[in-house]
Design a protein around this ligand. Structure first.
Ligand SMILES: [Zn+2]
Length: 263
């Protein structure tokens, strides 16, 4: 298994070796970085036989022409969301997409039938843990024989839980439910790879589940989260995460006002 960390928000692309080639999870962001991945794989005599996107956000939906035309999977709900959201194109500036990023192959996903347990490919068993935190049809992946959990945009040491505040569900409860699913498999995990941030071991996995849950609880209860990822203790370059927190606080407040729920 190989991991490539991008300059863009410490995005992690994960390569899993299979019998006839590799599976590439969340391929990467910058054109040059993906080109580098293509050449590294070819130096190793390796080809990509399939891709997987953990969730329907642009930075997890990119692809490089050199990676070839192979099935690129996501959950059914992820693929449907991508189709919906990209039907009118994408405004690169609004999403802050760097100029060198090629959007030609953005989001060309094949949705796996609902309740698919493992990714269909010739390689180690990869269990799909679908949930509704962060984005519709988000999947964490458990590479079972290796004890590796690819968490998508959760369990990061630099990014707080970012709730899906666009949906009709209960973003707080959806997030907590997803953390419970990840906690259920924690005993089988020795390495956690977040979508953005540092790779961690089993202790980190437990610590990050607790940290993410404490943050969501604080958000729900209107308390100061005292989370190291926001405020003066944020990692240099990640100061903007405090703005994400302020925005979530405000939008949740507005949602509860329009619900008529007192807070
Ligand atoms: Zn995301």
């Amino acid at each position: 298994m190989l991991i490539h960390e991008s300059e863009f928000c410490q995005s992690n692309a994960v390569v899993v070796q299979g019998g006839t080639g590799a599976l590439l999870i969340d391929a990467g962001v910058h054109e040059g970085e993906m080109a580098c991945l293509v050449s590294d794989l070819s130096d190793l005599g390796n080809t990509v036989v399939a891709g997987f996107s953990t969730h329907p956000h642009w930075d997890h939906l990119l692809w490089h022409v050199g990676l070839g035309t192979v099935p690129r999977y996501g959950t059914a709900r992820c693929a449907a969301t991508v189709r919906d959201r990209l039907s009118g194109g994408i405004d690169a500036r609004r999403f802050g997409i760097p100029e060198d990023v090629s959007l030609d192959l953005l989001g060309l996903l094949t949705g796996l039938p609902t309740d698919t347990v493992r990714i269909p490919w010739d390689g180690p068993g990869i269990r799909i843990i679908e949930h509704q935190a962060h984005a519709p049809g988000h999947a964490a992946l458990l590479i079972e024989e290796r004890g590796v959990l690819v968490a998508g945009d959760m369990l990061s040491d630099v990014l707080i839980p970012m709730l899906d505040l666009n949906g009709t569900g209960d973003p707080i409860e959806d997030y907590l439910a997803a953390l419970r699913l990840l906690e259920d498999v924690a005993g089988d995990v020795s390495v956690v790879v977040p979508g953005h941030g540092s790779v961690g071991g089993a202790d980190q996995l437990r610590a990050r589940i607790d940290q993410d849950r404490a943050y969501v609880h604080a958000l729900r209860d209107g308390l100061d989260p005292s989370d190291p990822r926001i405020g003066p203790s944020a990692k240099p370059g990640w100061e903007w995460v405090s703005d994400v927190h302020a925005g979530q606080l405000q939008r949740l407040h507005l949602r509860s006002e329009s619900d008529g729920t007192p807070d």
